[in-house]
Design a protein around this ligand. Sequence first.
Ligand code: MN
Ligand code: MN
Length: 261
Amino acid sequence: MYHHIKQLMYDVHVGEPDVRFGTMLLEQFGGANGELAAAMQYTIQGWSCDDPERKDLLLDIGTEEISHLEVVGALIRMHLKPMKKNLSRAEEDPIVAVTGGGGLNLFNSVGNPWTASYLKIAGELDVDLRNNIAAEARAKITYERLIHLTDDQGSKDALQFLMTREITHMKAFSAALDSLGKDPFSIGQLAPTPGLVNEYYNDSTGEGAIGKDGLGSWIGQNGLHVVEWPKNLETNGNGTNGHNKNGGGLRTTKTAKTGAR
Ligand code: MN
Ligand code: MN
């Protein structure tokens, strides 16, 4: 059951309406990383969740996202209002002006309609919590970019509030994921193939104008070891290589031989 309270979660004030900025804000209303997508993703995950505590978390945050949708909607409405009757303002975005009268509609910033394909719902609690952590990170960076694109202090304040709440949600989803106490690389029921799971393929090699080969300090962690790839280009242990006589510039390492067995 849902109940509406006639008050915004954060009071919105706009100085001079900016139609162009209003259309950019639509990204957080009807866009891929916007508030409706977040609200629907968490709420629908919550409705199908069998874990009572985490179900409640999903529904708490899913419901807050609807309140965010309302706040960002109020902000957009203030910025778009002049386009309804003002030709030069309407020309800034004819789709929003003519089809929507400068009001709210479920479009993103370039006029594409909202779609359920934005939602990441896997039906597996830990996988969905990861989906949600990623969704919050995307929402956060989108708000940050929008804050940089306006000089209106009232808009900045509202966006700062919304941006902050996404980090709060990220913290909650991360804590809920940790609380499951699962090995972070254990997903689902089936175990990955031993050996293969720890092979890191050095698939982009050599050096050129657009980059060079390298192995980050993180390689070697989580059980990973490097295997030169493709294996059919490696020297085969007695110094010959049936596919490429000069070895193709690939290094053959101890771990590569191990991986080629
Ligand atoms: Mn939100
Ligand atoms: Mn959020």
